[in-house]
Write a protein that binds this ligand. Structure first.
Ligand code: ADP
Length: 442
């Protein structure tokens, strides 16, 4: 059996004892240790004095030893306050008996300092009244033995050399005991500070998240009411126009325009539901074949207006797999690819979209590249903001890329965009491979 910290803990607390608070746990251990020290020191003095032929002091030392032992067991059987009271009474009594009968030069008085510190450390803030009571008792006993002739035992009359040795031993051991108790107090304080700092940091983080959410909510309520009303207002206008004409050609044109407005509304509502689904639902990763997933997404975009004029190239290894959430992954790809269709450049001879993917050690990289309209440098940093639109007169909501970014982040990945106005854009998504941690952009 080694004298390890867990051995001391088991000796003091017993096997099954379990204390919730760390500070309380430390205090109980400290009480147990001080009780043991009191017992061992008093017992050693009994043996030492008896072997030196001094017979009058052992009953008082025995009181100190019994108080130490009693306190130790009371502490072990969870009578924490009683254990401390018994120890403080025993130690004060024994010290008083000896300080009152010894000359001040032995330095035994110095022990009143660690006893007072021990009362503060042992009882703690919760039991500060007990601590004050015992500090008062110790100081009173110290004054009585210093200022009066009251003594319990015969007065000690030893040689100056003996007294000097006692002085050195007493001062050094009381200083050591004081330092250990102070160390305990600092340690407990440090721990409390660290816990407070950690919870403060958590609070700041939560606060920042809340501020961001609040700002987004504000913007959302403002813009969504506009985006929901705009198609409805133009629908009302178109309905009014159909009422004024009987011309079949004109009616067909209005019907097509109405259909477009309804599609806008539908896209907007789908965007909102994508956003809420991403925020609400837990990530459920599955092993997915990347090329197959891209093909499934392209299939859903088959009838996207203008997509028939765009050449789509998929540069992905047939065997490439990724462990990711399928719904979220498809949503990301669908938004990026449909944007490439939407912002394609009709002036280009060969409009194209290239979807590329590869796996590096810790991440899978997905890229959607086009030779479309591109984005000007002032707008590029803002395209992931909620409701931001870099091109005029599009039928989008400005929500797509914002939701894509939120979703990529929910999957532990990162997204970035490069673009040259007039030339084209490239969106790169890095998603972590679960076993190797988070993806980092270079
Ligand atoms: P929207 O619903 O307007 O398409 P998004 O959030 O998807 O909103 O995109 C934000 C803005 O970024 C778009 O309004 C558009 O100006 C620009 N954008 C996104 N993707 C592309 C792209 N592939 N090419 C050019 N511009 C793009």
């Amino acid at each position: 059996m080694s004298f390890s910290p867990s051995f001391v803990r088991q000796l003091i607390l017993g096997k099954s004892s379990f204390i919730l608070s760390h500070t309380q746990f430390k205090r109980v251990i400290l009480t147990g240790q001080l009780a043991l020290v009191a017992f061992v020191v008093c017992f050693a003095y009994i043996v030492f004095d008896l072997s030196a032929g001094v017979t009058y002091s052992w009953p008082y030392q025995a009181v100190g030893a019994a108080a130490g032992l009693g306190s130790f067991f009371l502490n072990r059987y969870r009578q924490f306050t009683l254990a401390k009271v018994v120890l403080a009474l025993g130690v004060n009594f024994t010290l008083f008996v000896f300080t009152s009968s010894e000359p001040a030069a032995t330095g035994l008085y110095a022990f009143y300092i660690p006893i007072c510190l021990g009362a503060i450390a042992g009882f703690g803030y919760e039991d500060r009244w007990w601590a004050s009571l015992f500090i008062g008792l110790s100081l009173s006993l110290c004054l009585v033995s210093m200022l009066t002739d009251f003594h319990v035992m015969p007065l000690l009359d030893e040689s100056p050399a003996y007294i000097k040795v006692n002085q050195v031993i007493n001062v050094l051991s009381s200083a050591t005991a004081s330092i250990l108790i102070l160390y305990f107090l600092i340690n407990v304080n440090h721990r409390a500070e660290a816990t407070m700092k950690a919870s403060e940091e958590q609070l700041i983080k939560k606060n920042q998240e809340l501020t961001k959410l609040n700002a987004e909510l504000d913007r959302f309520v403002y813009s969504s009411s506009h985006d929901l009303r705009a198609p409805l207002t133009s629908l009302m206008g178109l309905i009014h126009l159909t009422e004024l004409t009987n011309d079949v050609g004109e009616l067909k044109m209005y019907a097509k325009l109405m259909k477009d407005r309804v599609k806008d509304l539908d896209k907007f509502i789908r965007d909102i539901s994508d956003y809420s689904r991403n925020a609400r639902l837990v990530v459920v990763p599955e092993e997915l074949n990347v090329k197959k997933t891209v093909r499934e997404v392209l299939e859903t975009l088959r009838f996207y207006p203008g997509s028939d004029k765009i050449e789509v190239e998929i540069a992905i290894d047939e065997a490439l797999t990724i462990k990711s959430d399928p719904t979220r992954l498809k949503m990301i790809l669908s938004n990026l690819v449909s944007n490439s269709f939407k912002y394609s450049d009709p002036g280009k001879e060969k409009p194209m979209v290239k979807i590329h993917s590869s796996a590096i050690r810790e991440a899978t990289v997905l890229e959607v590249e086009d030779n479309g309209l591109g984005i000007d440098p002032e707008s590029l940093p803002r395209i992931f903001d909620m409701f931001y639109q870099a091109h005029d007169k599009t039928n989008g909501s400005g929500l797509g890329l914002y939701i894509v970014k939120e979703t990529v982040e929910k999957l532990g990945g990162q997204i970035r965009a490069e673009s040259v106005a007039g030339s084209g854009s490239r969106f790169q998504v890095k998603l972590p491979n679960p076993l190797n941690g988070h993806a980092k952009m270079d």
